[in-house]
Every structure is written in structure tokens, then in C-alpha cells.
Ligand binder design. Structure first.
Ligand SMILES: CSC[C@H]1O[C@H](OP(=O)(O)O)[C@H](O)[C@@H]1O
Length: 386
């Protein structure tokens, strides 16, 4: 049976020359590709304060758990650099400003654990005010030294992310059959990370080894990350794909037109319950019903062992306009009568019982995830250079 690539008019295989998130050489400016304008316009925003970076995360200029983590790290780094410049020898005032920067960034979006993971990783570098132990590095002698340490580790997070994604790509691709027809939900590509992608990174890696691979792209209402972002990435990579409405996934799975499902994650609980873009649960239920493998692809930084089950994962709810207006635009082109009440959870939680395996950079976890995940998380943590 023809896969999704049969009718694809993917752009001739070119690659996109863009960066999702970057920090200037002087460590003072965060540059983000504005994903709200894709696929029609490639435009960048240049931000110089932690508050502006937090606003960009909240408004989804940048989105995707690993990309949010790297962006938050860069946001804290520029906040520290600005605080050090403002208080070169006033340690208390510097620490107050740093804490304020971390707080506004941490509050920007609640579900993707990579955001708090990145902030906590950087803050562990800051020697306690009493000069006690901890800090993970040499005692910093000044605000400028703290800012330099945070900036270096923020750059390390970004650098490590691409390597992590390529390793997950290889591990995930090995799970797929030849000429795999893969169903993908949302966007987990280079746009959701610093590069290559997680679940879409598996697809990139699989396609590089097997040009018979093809993709069914769930449009992913309401923010349309699939239609706007995944289709854009796959077209640029020349990977055959076909866009479908979210509710068509069950039909594709029923009719044997899907060999595997790959999705990303925003937070994986210790038992393997996984928070991901709204609509993921419905796909997982259908995949389970029709016996199609359902793979979550996520770096260890997305696993939250402090969260015992999915019931503990905070699920962000977003504004009504994202549902009532295409792409959240205002104006009079609403698809519902003005004043219609809206339920708009940005994520849902898929039970571990519906997940075939969780691909991390340290290995593939299989049920029971409460046993298979901790060693992989520990292995990843041990590699964080200090
Ligand atoms: C590689 S993780 C991407 C992850 O993030 C997306 O959510 P959002 O676009 O709202 O940041 C979605 O859950 C993806 O699976």
C-alpha cells in the first residue's frame, strides 16, 4: 500500500540554513527564529533581557521542550551578564537580579520540564552567598565570574543538544522497519530543539539511511505545528510526507498505512506517563487499538523522576483565540461565534501503558519504565561536564 510519500510534492531536497536559537558572541543578545511567522516568513527577533526572552517563550516565538530549555538558559545568561554589569561589586544586588531573571523565565511555560532543568543546571553553578560548598565549579570571585560561568554552561547545553538528538536519531531509526511509514504529531524537529530534532530527528536519521521512509504529518490543531513547521522542515529536507487532519490518524492506523508512530515529549514522569502536545493521547489510543508501535523520543533532560506519575504533570491551558481563530490570529475571521467558551489544553498525558518504548540518548527504555528510565537519566547526568 502506498505510503504517505506517494503524493508528496516535497521541495527538491534542500536543507534550511537557519538557527532556532542563538546567543551572540558577546553573550548579550539572544536571537530566535520567530516560529509564529513560519512557514511563509523567515524572520528573527533579537532579545537583550531575560523578561523579553520569557515573553518570547510564553508567546511561542520559540517552542519545543529542548529549544525552550536552551532559550531559557540563554535568557538567564544574558540576565546574569546584565546584572553583573549593573552591580559589578555588589554581590547581594547581583544575586537579587539573577533570582528575578530566573523567576520570570521559570514562569513562562509550565509543562516542558526542560525549561526548569536548564535553569536549575545553571543555578547549581552559583556558589552560595555564604561561600559554602556546592556550585559545581570553583568559587566565583565576582558577579562577572558568575555571569561568565552561566554563559559558558548555557552554550554547553545548546552544543550538547545537537549531539543528544543525533544519538537518539540513530537509536530510534534502528527500531523502524524498512521503508517505514511513520506518523508524527506536532513538531519535534530542528525547530523544537537546537538542531536535528527528537522524534523528527529519528525520521531524519531513518531517511538518511533509507530513502523509502515516508511521513504522515498530523496538522496538530490548534497551533498547527505539524502543518506549519513539520511540513516546512520535511520539505526542506526532501523527506516524502503527507499532511492530514488530526482526526484522520485513526483511519490511517486502522487501514494499516502506518508502521510506527513517533512523538516527542514535554515531560516524562518516573513511571513513563508522558505529557506531549494535545492530540497525542488520541493517537496513542488508536495506535494501541490497531497494534502499531508508539515511540516517545525525548532526551533524559525531559524525564522528571521527581514526578511519580502523569497526574503530577502541570498541563498548560492557553487562550481561547488559539482555537477560535486560525493560528490564534485576532480579527473577524473567527471560526466560532464571538464569546464561545473554549477548552484549550496545550498538552495531554499519555499513559505509559500505551507507550511501546521511550528513546533517550542513553538508550531505549522499555516497560516497566519505572525501572528502565532511572539508569538512563543517571548516565546522562554523569556526562554533564563540570
Ligand atoms: C522536541 S519536544 C517538542 C514538543 O513541544 C511541543 O509543544 P509546543 O509546540 O507547545 O512547545 C510538542 O509537545 C512537541 O512534542
Amino acid at each position: 500500500m502506498a505510503g504517505p510519500g506517494a503524493a508528496t510534492a516535497a521541495a527538491a531536497g534542500g536543507t534550511l540554513d537557519y538557527e532556532t536559537v542563538a546567543l551572540s558572541d558577546d553573550g548579550k543578545t539572544v536571537t530566535l527564529l520567530d516560529q509564529r511567522q513560519l512557514p511563509h516568513t523567515v524572520t528573527y527577533v533579537h532579545l537583550t533581557t531575560a523578561v523579553a526572552v520569557a515573553d518570547a517563550i510564553r508567546s511561542m516565538v520559540v517552542r519545543g521542550a529542548p529549544a525552550i530549555g536552551a532559550t531559557a538558559a540563554y535568557g538567564l545568561a544574558i540576565g546574569a551578564t546584565a546584572a553583573a554589569a549593573g552591580h559589578p561589586s555588589d554581590d547581594a544586588a547581583f544575586r537579587d537580579d539573577l533570582a528575578a531573571a530566573a523567576s520570570v523565565l521559570r514562569a513562562s511555560r509550565p509543562t516542558a520540564v526542560n525549561l526548569e532543568w536548564a535553569l536549575d543546571r545553571l543555578l547549581r553553578l552559583v556558589t552560595p552567598a555564604d561561600g559554602g560548598g556546592g556550585g559545581g565549579g570553583a568559587k566565583q570571585s565576582s558577579p562577572a565570574a558568575v555571569a561568565a560561568a552561566l554563559t559558558a554552561d548555557a552554550r554547553a547545553i545548546a552544543r550538547e543538544d545537537v549531539d543528544i538528538n543525533r544519538r537518539m536519531g540513530a537509536l530510534g531509526a534502528a527500531l523502524l522497519p524498512p521503508a517505514a511509514r511513520i506518523l508524527h504529531h506536532c513538531n519535534t524537529g530542528a525547530l523544537a530543539t537546537v538542531g536535528h530534532g527528537t522524534a523528527l530527528g529519528v525520521i531524519r536519521s531513518a531517511y538518511a539511511a533509507d530513502p523509502g521512509v515516508s511521513v504522515w504529518v498530523n496538522e496538530t490543531r490548534p497551533r498547527l505545528q505539524g502543518a506549519r513547521l513539520t511540513a516546512w522542515e520535511l520539505a526542506a529536507a526532501g523527506i516524502p510526507h503527507t499532511l492530514a487532519v488530526d482526526s484522520a490518524a485513526a483511519v490511517l492506523l486502522r487501514d494499516g498505512r502506518v508502521d510506527a508512530v513517533t512523538v516527542g515529549a514535554d515531560r516524562v514522569a518516573a513511571n513513563g506517563d508522558t505529557a506531549n502536545k494535545i492530540g497525542t493521547l488520541a493517537v496513542a489510543i488508536s495506535a494501541g487499538h490497531y497494534n502499531v508501535p508508539f515511540y516517545v523520543v525525548a532526551p533524559a533532560s525531559t524525564v522528571d523522576l521527581a514526578c511519580a506519575t502523569g497526574a503530577g504533570i502541570p498541563v498548560e491551558e492557553r487562550g481561547a483565540e488559539e482555537v477560535t481563530h486560525p493560528c490564534g490570529g485576532g480579527g473577524t475571521d473567527g471560526v466560532a461565534p464571538p464569546g464561545t467558551r473554549v477548552f484549550n489544553p496545550a498538552f495531554d498525558v499519555t499513559s505509559a501503558s500505551l507507550i511501546t518504548a521511550i528513546v533517550t540518548e542513553e538508550g531505549v527504555a522499555r516497560p516497566p519504565f519505572s525501572e528502565s528510565l532511572p539508569p538512563l537519566v543517571a548516565a546522562a547526568a554523569a556526562k554533564v561536564q563540570r
